[in-house]
Design a protein around this ligand. Sequence first.
Ligand code: HEM
Ligand code: HEM
Length: 170
Amino acid sequence: MSLSAPRSQGWSTLSVVLHWTIVLLIIIQFIDHEWMSEMWRATRRATPIDATTETWGWVHIIAGTLVLVAALVRLWDRFSHGRPPYPEGEPSWASWIAKVTHALIYAILILMPIAGLVAWFGGIGAAGGIHELMWTPLLVLIALHVVGALTHQFWFKTGVLKRIFVPGTV
Ligand code: HEM
Ligand code: HEM
C-alpha cells in the first residue's frame, strides 16, 4: 500500500467522522466477540444457540462489515483529498513509525472483516482461524497508535490531537 497521499488543510469532516465511527465499532467488537465465537462454534457443530448469542453474533457481523466499509471510504478520502502533513515538530523516525502503524492498522481493518465474511458465508474454518489471529496484532497496533498520539500531543507538543477532532485543523 502506498503511504503517500496529497497534502491537505487538515482532515476532512468525513475522515474525522469515520475515524471515530471506526473506534466505536471496534469497541462494539471488543464487547461482542465472545458471542460471535459461540455462534460460530454452534453453527459448525449444528447445535442450538440462545437468542442473546444470536443477536450479538449478528451485531458482530454487521459492525464488522461496517468497519470494512468505513476503512475503505476513509482510504478513498485520504488518497483523493489528501491528509494533513506529518507535524514538523517531530523527529523523522517518529513520522516513520506513525506511517508504518497506520498502514498496518488499515491492512487489518480491511483483511480481518474479509476473513470473517469468508469464514461465515463461505463456511471456511481456516478463514475463521486467520480472522482470529489478527485480533491481538490489531490491539497492539491500536495501543501503539494511542500512545503515539498522546506522545505527539504532550511530548512533541505538535497539537496533533486537535486535528483528529476538528476538521480543517493543520
Ligand atoms: C480503534 C481505535 C483506533 C483506530 C483503529 C485508529 C486508526 C487510525 C487511522 C487508520 C488513522 C489515519 C492515519 C492516516 O490515514 O494517515 C488515525 C489517525 C489518528 N488517530 Fe486514530 N485510531 C484509533 C483510536 C485513536 C484514539 C483513541 C486516538 C486519541 C487518543 C487517536 C488519535 C489519532 C490521531 C491524532 C490521528 C491523526 C494523526 C495525524 O494527523 O497525523 N486514534 N487513526
Ligand atoms: C474489524 C472487524 C472485526 C473485528 C475486530 C472482529 C473481531 C473478532 C474477534 C475478537 C473474534 C473472536 C476471536 C477469538 O475467539 O478469540 C471474532 C470471531 C469471529 N468473527 Fe469477527 N471481527 C470483525 C469482523 C467480522 C466480520 C465482518 C465477520 C463476518 C461474518 C466476522 C466473523 C467472525 C467469525 C465467524 C468469528 C469466529 C471465528 C473463530 O472462532 O474461529 N467478524 N471476531
